[in-house]
Each structure stands twice: as C-alpha cells, then as structure tokens.
Design a protein around this ligand. Structure first.
Ligand SMILES: CC(C)(COP(=O)(O)OP(=O)(O)OC[C@H]1O[C@@H](n2cnc3c(N)ncnc32)[C@H](O)[C@@H]1OP(=O)(O)O)[C@@H](O)C(=O)NCCC(=O)NCCS
Length: 167
C-alpha cells in the first residue's frame, strides 16, 4: 500500500529503514513530545517497531527515497482513525508532515470510509498543532492529565478531529 503526492511517497517500513529511524528518534523534540518513544532509542527499538503487527497502518514518509518521517493510524471498532507522526529534524519546516497528514486523512475518510480521524498534541507543541490546523482539523478541547511521560510528568493533550467532507 502506497500513498503519493508528487515526490512525497508514503510506503510500508522495511528493515532497511532501521538505521534512519534509530537516527531520527534520537532527536530531543521527538523524545520530548512522544512519550511512548523508548529512550535511549536503539536500532533494536527501530527493528521492533518495523516488525510490529499490532500498530495499525504505519507509513514511512519518503522524499526521493530518503526517509523523512513516520505517520501511523490505528482504527478502532467505531471506525475512528487515530493518527500520530514525527518528522526527521533535517526534513522539518517544509510542509512534509502537513502533506503526509492530508494524504492519510483523505485515505482514511474517503477510501476506508472512516467516520472520523483524530490526533492529539501536547498543548505546547505548536508545530504539531499548526500541522493539524493546516490540514483542516478542528481543535475540540483539552484532555486533562491525559499522558504520562517517562519522567513522571502528567500532561494535558489537545484533541483535534476531522470528519468526512471537511478536507
Ligand atoms: C511536529 C512535526 C511533525 C512537524 O513536522 P514538519 O514537517 O516540520 O511540519 P510542516 O512543515 O508541515 O509544518 C510545521 C508548521 O509548524 C510551524 N512551526 C514549526 N516550529 C514551530 C515552533 N517552534 N513554533 C511555532 N510554529 C512552529 C511551521 O512554521 C509550520 O507552520 P506554517 O506552515 O504555518 O509556517 C515535527 O516538528 C516533529 O517531528 N516534531 C517532533 C515530534 C512531534 O512533535 N510529533 C507530533 C506529536 S503530536
């Protein structure tokens, strides 16, 4: 399964991506905003991620073959897709994640027939909130004390959603 927007290709991960995933996931911003990312992040963690079969739809975001990021969507029993993403530091601020989120959202709502796609961000994660807003996601509200970070901090989340016809 591939999703395309010009030179941007979303494709399944392979074991060849392991070194690039492990390199990207050393990034302090990825570790800061995604509490489930193991730290320190090793190639073994990347291999476990690539081989996992319980993470829903996971896509490598690639630009001219180079791994630029990751975007995934899990679908629940109510036909809601929950999306998460990261972008490698050197690929940021060029609209790549915005385009990838638009592709996955359109695929989820139009091809899979989902009733809703949603994502959460930390209230201080301005870049991720901009990505959601640029695609057309609506900010619904705050989930209080929603996530537990490895250092013991509990953080609120902002919930965003997009419904069929809103893209
Ligand atoms: C969030 C993230 C995925 C964005 O990826 P990206 O490819 O750089 O995103 P885009 O280029 O599509 O858009 C980024 C937007 O945020 C803005 N932005 C970036 N850093 C910002 C900051 N520190 N403060 C405010 N806005 C910021 C950019 O200006 C851009 O908005 P604009 O087009 O209106 O100018 C990337 O920064 C990342 O991987 N962060 C760490 C992991 C993470 O936070 N994942 C999401 C968890 S919810």
């Amino acid at each position: 399964m591939e999703l395309r927007d010009g030179d941007l290709v979303l494709r399944p991960f392979t074991l060849d991506d392991v070194p690039a995933i492990a390199r990207a996931c050393q990034d302090p911003e990825i570790q800061r905003w995604i509490p489930v990312i193991p730290r320190p992040y090793t190639e073994e963690d990347a291999r476990t991620f690539v081989l996992a079969d319980d993470l829903g739809h996971q896509f490598a975001i690639t630009e001219s073959v180079t791994l630029a990021g990751s975007i995934g969507m899990r679908v629940n029993q109510f036909r809601v897709g929950h999306i998460g993403y990261w972008c490698a530091p050197e690929a940021r601020a060029r609209g790549i994640t915005t385009r990838a989120l638009r592709l996955v959202s359109r695929w989820g709502l139009e091809e899979l027939g989902l009733g809703r796609v949603e994502l959460i961000t930390d209230p201080d994660n301005t870049a991720s909130q901009r990505v959601a807003e640029k695609v057309g996601f609506r900010r619904e509200g705050i989930l209080r004390s929603h996530l537990l970070h490895p250092d013991g901090r509990r953080r609120d989340s902002v919930m965003f959603s997009l419904l069929p016809g809103e893209l």
